[in-house]
Design a protein around this ligand. Structure first.
Ligand SMILES: Cc1cc2nc3c(=O)[nH]c(=O)nc-3n(C[C@H](O)[C@H](O)[C@H](O)COP(=O)(O)OP(=O)(O)OC[C@H]3O[C@@H](n4cnc5c(N)ncnc54)[C@H](O)[C@@H]3O)c2cc1C
Length: 406
């Protein structure tokens, strides 16, 4: 029997693929129901996949070619085909973001579709059972669950990382993998909102707009474009989440702290602020800024730059222009930390990719043990990349385990 620990995205996919190849599969889920993270994903709509998958945008402490190889094991078009043709869940593209959602916009359809397919291929799902430990026993494995133990020919660990613990992720898979001798890169929250303490922008909470962010930490420089939101505690939105790991990542005390600077792009398409501010026009600078940016933000930037909003563009002094351009194009965002795993969409770090055979995801140290999903050391930007990782690694582990265990 093949035991799969965790009925999340990776575990469900692994179970389906192993079940289809005739393996006897028992899927153990610690929560009351399977796939709770799928249900809350994409704001309840589940961004199943991206329209374009770029492995170089994944973050990992492991070798980049391994990330590419694991993602490439199930190309994006084939993943899409699985959902649309095999599960019969039509997907539609959100053209502004390049994200694929079910046409129904219901994450439940995705979760239920996976569950139905798992049942159809004979997978036995047991919910409300937390795995406490696993250990080698003879040629197979002993799986310790609450007050009981079961024998397995092989085990797939797909118990996720540490993000949003109320969905069932407490990092036990990472601890088990480490105890079994695997190298685990230090973990950190990723795709998580950032905090500003003191909350210098609290008065702007609720304002959202498109931006371009530049984050630096040591020699690393990241640029992200997209939605930005002022929150009561700091900053959120896709552009912020995508650079948040630079702030959250552990670093040596000698390393300089990360910096984040923002260009307020606003609704205008690729604003060229320098050009706009030097327009030969009798309009006031306040009117111009409020046409592109939310009024409260425009007023705050003008105030900080010491520029009277009623001043006509043609009358702006050189120092005023410089002060304003700095705040519009390179506005430093003070960040005191991140919102942690409670709000993180994924976990950075995890089991080193060199610890598994990239074809089967079988552990190189423990034959008969396979690893898949978020507990492996890689995550992608928002936009469906992390499910693509979970589906691809889950599939490889399921096929690999079915081939080895039979
Ligand atoms: C709010 C939110 C929104 C997101 N939206 C998207 C999105 O739209 N698109 C996207 O691509 N990604 C999204 N993600 C990321 C995505 O959900 C994860 O990358 C993905 O779910 C990881 O899959 P996984 O199977 O490895 O882990 P999980 O989905 O976390 O599944 C692990 C499972 O293992 C179970 N488990 C843990 N420990 C045990 C144990 N000891 N015994 C038994 N079972 C156990 C857990 O209960 C859980 O069901 C989102 C994440 C969050 C938090």
């Amino acid at each position: 029997m093949l035991v799969i620990v965790g009925a999340g995205a990776a575990g469900l996919m692994a179970a389906i693929q192993a079940g289809r190849r005739g393996a006897r599969v028992r899927l153990l889920e610690g929560s009351r129901e399977a796939g709770r993270k799928i249900l809350i994903s994409g704001g309840g709509r589940c961004n199943v996949l991206p329209t374009h998958l770029d492995p170089t945008r994944f973050v990992s402490d492991s070798a980049p070619h391994l990330v590419k190889r694991l993602l490439g094991s199930w190309p994006l078009a084939a993943q899409r085909q699985f959902f649309e043709e095999e599960l019969r869940i039509p997907l539609q593209e959100e053209s502004a973001t390049g994200k694929l959602f079910p046409v129904s916009n219901r994450a439940r359809e995705v979760r239920d579709g996976l569950l139905a397919e798992a049942r159809r291929v004979g997978v036995e799902l047991v919910t409300g059972v937390r795995v406490r430990d696993i250990s080698p026993a003879g040629s197979g494995w002993r799986v310790e669950v609450d007050g009981d133990s079961l024998a397995a020919g092989g085990v797939i660990l797909a118990s996720g990382g540490l993000s949003v613990p109320q969905t069932g992720s407490d990092g036990i898979g990472l601890r088990i993998a480490e105890q079994l001798g695997h190298r685990v890169h230090p973990t950190y929250p990723a795709l998580t909102p950032l905090m500003a303490d003191p909350p210098v922008h609290q008065a702007l909470a609720g304002i959202s707009l498109p931006v371009r962010l530049v984050a630096r930490a040591g020699r690393e420089r990241l640029v992200s474009e997209g939605g930005f939101l002022f929150t009561h505690r700091g900053y959120s939105g896709p552009a912020v989440l995508d650079i948040s790991h630079l702030v959250a990542r552990p670093r040596a005390p000698s390393q300089p702290g990360p910096t984040v600077a923002v260009e307020w792009v606003g609704e205008a398409d690729r604003v060229d602020w320098e050009h706009r501010l030097q327009e030969r026009s009798a309009r006031s600078v306040g009117t111009l800024l409020r046409e592109v940016l939310p009024a409260r933000l425009a007023d705050r930037l003008l105030q900080e730059a010491g520029v009277d909003p009623t001043r006509q563009l043609t009358q702006l002094r050189r120092e005023e222009l410089r002060a304003l351009l700095g705040r519009l194009c390179r506005y430093p965002l003070p960040c005191s930390g991140d919102e942690g795993y409670r709000k993180a969409e994924v976990t950075g770090g995890g089991v080193a990719l060199s610890e598994v055979d990239p074809a089967t995801l079988q552990s190189r140290r423990n034959p008969g043990l396979f690893l898949a999903g978020e507990l492996l050391d890689a995550f992608g930007p928002i936009g469906g990349h992390n499910f693509a990782w979970a589906w691809a690694t889950g599939r490889s582990a399921g096929l690999g385990a079915a081939g080895v265990i039979g």
